[in-house]
Design a protein around this ligand. Sequence first.
Ligand SMILES: NC(=O)c1ccc[n+]([C@@H]2O[C@H](COP(=O)([O-])OP(=O)(O)OC[C@H]3O[C@@H](n4cnc5c(N)ncnc54)[C@H](OP(=O)(O)O)[C@@H]3O)[C@@H](O)[C@H]2O)c1
Length: 349
Amino acid sequence: MTAFISHRLNCSEFFFKKWWNSPFSLSICAALWPSLLTPYSLSWAGHEAASKNFMDKDLDMSVVGRSFMITGANSSIGKAVAMAIAKKGGTVHLVCRNKERAEATREEIVRESGNTEIYVHLLDLSETRRVWEFAEAFKKEYTSLNVLINNAGCMVNQRELTSDGLEKNFATNTLGVYVLTKCLIPLLEKCKDPRVITVSSGGMLVQKLNPTDLQTERTAFDGTMVYAQNKRQQVVMTEVWAKAHPKIHFSVMHPGWADTPAVATAMPQFHQMMRDRLRTAAQGADTVIWLAVSKTAVETASGLFFQDRKVVPTHLPLAWTHSSQEDVQVFIGQLKTLALTVRPSGVFS
Ligand SMILES: NC(=O)c1ccc[n+]([C@@H]2O[C@H](COP(=O)([O-])OP(=O)(O)OC[C@H]3O[C@@H](n4cnc5c(N)ncnc54)[C@H](OP(=O)(O)O)[C@@H]3O)[C@@H](O)[C@H]2O)c1
C-alpha cells in the first residue's frame, strides 16, 4: 500500500520535495484523500470525469453590460477565460506585461468573438509601485468593474529582486494581487454582483502560512516552495477579504495541472513526466469562468477554495498547515506595510 501511494505521489514535482511536516501524516492523508493527492483528479481525465456533473445551464448566459479584468490574459488559462467571457458579450480588460502578446491576444479575441469591447492595459505585476498607479488610474477612467480575476502568476526559480527591491515571486503572486485587489475594491463595491477570483494552486496544500519570511531572506531559496507559499498566501488573503468586504464574492481556485508555458518552463521534469495527462488551458480555465459568471457560484459562501466547480478543503486531513489568527494578522500587517512603502506619492487608496 505504501509503495503504491509513493508511486502515485512521485508523479508530482511538489511531492518530490519536502512537502509535509510528518511522514506519518503523508501516508495517512494519501490514503484518506486520494482525489486531491493523486494526479488523476488534476489531469485532463480527472477534469473529464468531474465535468460529467457540471450543469450546462450554469454557463449558458450573456454577460453583456458586465465588466471583467483579467491579469495574465495573453496566455493559456487567462486567455481562455478572456475568450469565453468575450464570447458571452462581457467587456474585458486584458492586463498583460507584454505589448505585442497583449495586442495579438486582443485581435484574436475580437476576431473570434466579434466583441470589440476588449481593452489592453500594460502592467508588470511584479512592479508594485506600477500596480498602485495602474489601479488608481483605472478607477479614474472607468466607472465600473464587476469582476476581477487575479490570474497572472510566476515561479521564478532563482532569487531575483524587482526594481522596488522585492523578491519577484512574492511581488508578483502576492503583493501585486494584494495591491491590485485592495485598490479596486471600492470600485467593485459600487457595482452589481461584484466578484474577485484568484487563481491559486493545489501546490499551496504543502505549505503553512509563513508570515515571518515573506521574501525568503532567512531560508534557502527553493522556487517551487516559494511559489507554493505564495499560493497559500493567496488563499489566506481571500479568506481575510471575504470577511472584511461582504458586498463582494471572493473565491480562490486550483485549475488542476494544465499544459501551459508556466509549467513547461518552471517545472520541466514535471511537465515532461505528466505531459500526456496534463489538462488543456480550456479545462484549467473552466472553474475560473464558472466562478466569474455563473449564478450558482455565488450561492456558495465567499472566501472558499474551488476545484472543478466544487468547494474543496484548504488543508489536507491531519495537516499541520493551519495558521493562527495571530499569524494571519502579522501577514496582513506586513503586506500593508510593504504596499505602503512603495506607494507612489499622491496615491491615497
Ligand atoms: N498550469 C497549471 O498547471 C497551473 C496549476 C496551478 C496554478 N496555475 C496558475 O494559473 C495561473 C495562470 O498560469 P498558466 O498556467 O496559464 O501559465 P502561463 O500561460 O504562463 O500564464 C501566466 C500568465 O501570467 C503572466 N504573468 C506572469 N508574470 C507576470 C507579471 N509580472 N506581470 C504581468 N503578467 C505576468 C504571463 O505573462 P507573459 O505571457 O508575459 O509571461 C502570462 O500571461 C497562474 O497564476 C499559475 O500559478 C497554473
